[in-house]
Design a protein around this ligand. Sequence first.
Ligand code: ATP
Length: 202
Amino acid sequence: MQFSKLRLNGFKSFVDPTDLVIADGLTGVVGPNGCGKSNLLEALRWVMGETRAKAMRGGGMEDVIFAGASSRPARNFAEVVLTIDNSDRLAPPGFNDQDTLEIVRRITRDAGSAYKANGKDVRAKDVQMLFADASTGAHSPALVRQGQISELINAKPKNRRRVLEEAAGISGLYQRRHEAELKLKGTETNLARVEDVIEQLA
Ligand code: ATP
């Protein structure tokens, strides 16, 4: 799975639809301070399922929507589309079996976020798992934001371990284990209830 294009529409400073082609090899983004370089990286993180507004440098998730400028009114929605080359068929079959996979995240004011994979509605969790299993995603150590290196140097061992686990692609397994444990707990509670009922009837 290789990222081939990122499209932003109404996302932060990218008010008009803007395409960033991610070619083979190294892609560099250069520009003056405040031109939107970090916003591009945040768009990538956001479309992969980021849930923390703080990681988007905002107070609430709707802060990613273009807030308006002296010459342009604010927008009502923001959308980011990530196009992925899936010719190696690494995306799980549930997603699609085509050469290209297109993940769309859209946020509308007062209506929250919605995700689509090749035109079909999917859950945030499905998108997060897709990227976690591919050793990337909103928390990927491959996406290094400003100040993160010094944070890592000063981090507690437990937090540093989390970064290694993300890099090793096992964070998706932890999420699944957590969900399985919750289900197990629910089942145990149900069993205890059934035993109570049986006792009452006996
Ligand atoms: P630097 O080189 O200083 O780190 P940068 O190129 O990474 O800068 P960003 O931090 O990505 O720049 O972009 C900041 C710009 O994005 C600011 O001009 C800010 O006003 C604008 N911006 C952020 N959120 C929004 C929003 N919701 N609506 C409109 N503009 C926004």
